[in-house]
Design a protein around this ligand. Structure first.
Ligand code: COA
Length: 502
């Protein structure tokens, strides 16, 4: 049987003010775009008419400009979880207009199941193919799984966006599995990266489907700043660290699988890994996203299995995968985010976690989400899911930001996302700090000596001298002087601890 067909505008009109709407996709990829572009027009129309129009937005991770950027600009978002990398969204959050819960991506499906976001009025799900059965709808996803198995089950009503930009062969990449309920949940039966434990499709009750919107829209893929000499140097330092840790026997010669987080720095690290891939054994990837660099390394035979919840690739790369699906389906698996980001699987495989920090402190705490304490950058995404559970937890960052006026190594982070207890290795373009098996004093030595920029080493040393005696020595009056000086004078190099000791 054929389900009801709707235009995107007709579908959008059904979503009323105050609705909670959950979306397929993870990163810009797999996000349904047709209906939401019409929702933007409705928000503008309603606001012009003096009527309220705001919706709650629930996704697997960050999304795209049409969804959270444009709706933020239209003041049409009342609530948002769990992650965003969008500049317009960030601006409106920092203006205190939007209630944003920055949460672990691996917890999102669970939080939805347990009702922490209230009822999910709508789910909008992008598909590459659809089996329109009378008793069961089989929805074949596109480039991401994220939280779809859960929202498809708990949403009250569902709109399907059948995006013909995506080939139906995308189904061969998917492995759909939803975790059971607490407290008697079965272990996740994934014992090997790339093993299939579920189905190629998401099951949907046809009674919930109000209509299918046909469309043909490319992904709103993000582009990254091109790697520069500093970010590439960070990548080279990571590769050198792998090689020396393999020599020391901490990493086995077969290597552990790797995870790599979002952003320009993470992208540059992947490029460096690609450049030096011949020095490393064939890799496996267990991550939340795979980018173009991973697809390239699969083709070059340097990556065997890549399992993630999203293929966050450019449109050209996605079409290339579809055109060569018989090859890629043997190497790529897309799974739900509660599998890719589960403590259980990350631990089982011994994943090496690699994410980007905005700043680290001298004892190894890390901040990846807030600038100078108050202003949101993006959020934690899945970084803490991996860092807490990885076999080796790496954070990297450039040692300075904003033309050297900010040090990424500070006495005390102004906001903490991953703690000293979860981080093993810090890498900057200056070098590598190995924190494993070291207490606070030796950690501070490693971080200042190997990771801080030479312009800031004297200030950090001076801070150590001013610190009170103790296990983790700090001087609370001077602790946040770096940030305070930046806010007042626009340059952390102008720190004068004397001002804080008066
Ligand atoms: N203080 C103030 N600003 C800083 C800073 C600091 N300590 N460090 C970096 N910045 C600024 C940069 O100058 C840049 O500003 P611009 O956009 O105006 O040029 C911006 O932050 C982004 O920094 P960039 O060096 O381009 O890094 P990136 O693209 O690699 O992103 C994060 C870095 C931390 C924002 C990004 O990796 C992130 O969101 N991480 C958290 C989530 C995560 O790790 N997810 C992984 C799994 S989903």
């Amino acid at each position: 049987m054929a389900y009801n067909r709707l235009t995107a505008a007709e579908a959008a009109e059904m979503i009323k003010n105050d609705a909670n709407v959950a979306f397929s996709g993870f990163t810009p990829n797999g996000i349904p775009k047709a209906v939401i572009r019409e929702t933007y027009k409705i928000a503008m129309r309603e606001h012009e008419a003096g009527r309220p129009y705001q919706i709650g937005i629930l996704t697997g991770a960050s999304s795209c400009q049409s969804l959270e950027g444009d709706l933020a600009k239209a003041h049409a978002i009342k609530f948002r979880a769990p992650f965003s990398t969008n500049a317009d969204f960030r601006n409106h959050v920092n203006l205190e207009e939007i209630d944003y819960e920055d949460g672990h991506l691996g917890h999102m499906a669970e939080k939805l199941r347990r009702g922490f976001f209230g009822e999910v009025d709508w789910a909008i799900i992008e598909v590459s193919d659809l089996e329109e059965g009378a008793d069961l709808c089989k929805a074949y996803l596109t480039t991401a799984e994220g939280i779809v198995p859960t929202i498809a089950r708990i949403a009250k009503r569902i709109i399907i966006e059948w995006n013909h930009f995506h080939s139906p062969v995308a189904k061969h990449l998917h492995d759909v599995y939803e975790c059971g309920e607490y407290p008697n949940r079965e272990p996740i039966p994934l014992l090997k990266i790339g093993q299939r434990i579920g189905k190629e499709y998401v099951e949907i009750d046809p009674k919930k489907i109000v209509g299918v919107v046909d469309c043909n829209i490319p992904e709103e893929a993000r582009s990254f700043k091109a790697p520069d000499s500093e970010t590439l140097r960070i990548g080279e330092n990571v590769v050198e660290f792998f090689l020396s840790d393999m020599k020391a026997g901490h990493i086995p010669s077969c290597m552990f699988p790797i995870q790599s987080g979002v952003g320009a720095t993470g992208n540059a690290v992947l490029e460096a890994i690609g450049k030096y891939a011949d020095h490393l054994p064939v890799l496996n990837v267990f991550s939340e996203v795979m980018q173009d660099a991973v697809i390239d390394l699969i083709e070059k035979g340097r990556i065997d299995q890549a399992e993630a919840t999203a293929m966050t690739c450019t449109n050209e790369c996605i079409q290339h995968v579809y055109e060569n699906i018989d090859f890629f389906k043997k190497h790529i698996t897309l799974c739900p985010s509660e599998i890719s980001n589960a403590p259980e699987t990350i631990r089982r495989f011994g994943v090496i976690a690699m994410n980007t920090a905005l700043e680290v402190d001298i004892y190894g705490h890390e901040n990846s989400s807030h600038i100078c304490g108050s202003r949101l950058m993006n959020g934690i995404g899945g970084s803490c899911d991996y860092e807490r559970n990885g076999s080796i937890s790496i954070f990297y960052t450039q040692s300075t930001a904003k033309n050297g006026t900010i040090s990424a190594v500070v006495p005390m982070c102004c906001h903490v996302d991953s703690t000293e207890h979860d981080i093993d290795i810090i890498v900057t373009e200056q070098g590598v700090a190995d924190l494993r098996g070291k207490g606070p004093a030796r950690r501070a030595e490693e971080i200042i000596e190997h990771c801080a920029h030479p312009d800031y080493k004297p200030l950090l040393r001076e801070y150590q001298k001013l610190a009170d005696k103790g296990h983790t020595p700090h001087n609370m009056r001077c602790a946040l002087a770096f940030h305070d000086t930046f806010l007042k004078k626009g340059d952390m190099r102008l720190v004068d601890f004397g001002e804080y000791l008066k």
